[in-house]
Design a protein around this ligand. Structure first.
Ligand code: ADP
Ligand code: MG
Length: 356
């Protein structure tokens, strides 16, 4: 892995970092103006910066061992450079003058596993440029600019959760976020618990098309219910007038929002686990974004002593599970679960705790 000095021949002027995130409750709610409950994970993305000696920006990713050279007037690049280029372009649109930069990225956040390496890259980049040029940007603005970079430049229609979690959450708390008003609240984990995230080993192949279809279904359901967004409905009975599958889709969003609001009141570890289990059932049966491997992994987790609850996390169609487990037991539980998962023909991988 080449460091900043090896790539650019000088020492960096400054550096900044931002964490990945995992969402504990509130899945597929953020594009319905709803409620989410993510936490930051220990793995971070670090961006080191200096001033370019020529007219181009130079972006280097150590994980990809790739360098992209680009000037402000060039068309948007593809791949990892699009996220960084997007952040810089949006800062210019805010009225800041951004000189050509040397920018070096390293990361421990698993890329493309649903732990939001993309938001970590955007937030770390924006924090790095803020530090280099002393820009007057607060953490919420950074999250919003990161989201816009992802939508407008990387071409991913994401909600605001990932960037808000990366910009504002820490690893010791959950961040309740109202994605409509951006009202937020830092809340404690149920006492005596920690987080376990296991990758199912199944890539999220259908994630893009499935995600867009679910978004469209939710918009249609909101239109038929005559509300601005599904967040404006709290009674699950209201969906009964909808045709299938809009009825099931809306029911997931409404019950999921209610689960987040219940957790926000401060519930026991056991109750929090029950809410996670109910979330998984709803994602599997009503929202239909699970796959057999994830159902298998989550079922094994739910049966394992020391696990309060578990569900798929992220958009679904593959990806990772998250579980709330007894404090200090995550690694031992993971070994046990991975063995049973392996016995039925799958290969999983521990993502959090990081060193497991
Ligand atoms: P996730 O955010 O769940 O990890 P995404 O598909 O949203 O998955 O984002 C992954 C993309 O973000 C990568 O394909 C790459 O373009 C970019 N990316 C994230 N981290 C890095 C990194 N350390 N180096 C280069 N590109 C990165
Ligand atoms: Mg992402």
């Amino acid at each position: 892995m080449k460091d900043f000095q090896q790539i650019f021949g000088t020492e960096p002027e400054t550096q900044a970092s931002a964490p990945g995130r995992v969402n504990l409750l509130g899945e597929h709610t953020d594009y319905n103006d709803g409620f989410v409950l993510p936490t930051a994970i220990p793995q971070r993305t670090t961006v080191k910066l200096g001033f370019s000696k020529n007219a181009q920006h130079h972006f280097y990713s150590a994980e990809l061992n790739q360098q992209v050279n680009i000037s402000n007037n060039d068309p948007t690049p593809s791949g990892f450079a699009s996220y960084i280029f997007g952040c810089i372009q949006l800062l210019q649109q805010e009225g800041y003058t951004i000189p050509p930069l040397n920018l070096h990225v390293t990361s421990q956040v698993p890329i493309g596993s649903g732990l939001s390496s993309s938001a970590a890259l955007e937030v770390a980049t924006l924090r790095g440029v803020r530090s280099l040029l002393n820009l007057d940007l607060d953490d919420v603005r950074i999250a919003q600019l990161g989201q816009q970079a992802e939508i407008q430049y990387a071409g991913v229609e994401c909600g605001i959760m990932d960037q808000m979690a990366s910009s504002l959450a820490d690893t010791d708390h959950m961040l309740f976020l109202d994605t409509r008003t951006l009202e937020r609240q830092v809340i404690a984990f149920p006492s005596g618990t920690e987080i376990l995230v296991i990758d199912s080993g199944v890539p999220r192949t259908l994630a893009g098309s499935g995600y867009n279809q679910r978004r469209a279904e939710c918009e249609e359901a909101a239109r038929l219910l005559e509300v601005q967004a599904l967040r404006d409905v709290s009674d699950p009975q209201a969906v009964e007038i909808l045709p299938e599958p809009l009825k099931q889709r809306a029911r997931h969003v409404i019950t999921e929002n209610n689960r987040v609001l219940e957790a926000l009141q401060g519930v026991s570890a056991q109750r929090f686990g029950e809410l996670m289990n109910a979330s998984h059932a709803s994602l599997r049966d009503d929202y239909e974004v699970s796959v057999t491997a994830l159902d298998t992994l989550v079922a094994i987790l739910q049966e394992t002593p020391g696990v309060f609850g578990s569900r798929l996390t992220g958009a679904g169609f593959g990806g990772a599970s998250v579980a709330l487990v007894a404090f200090g037991q995550a690694k031992a539980i993971a070994q046990n679960v991975l063995k049973r998962y392996n016995d039925v023909g799958y290969t999983g991988r521990i993502l959090v705790p990081a060193s497991a």
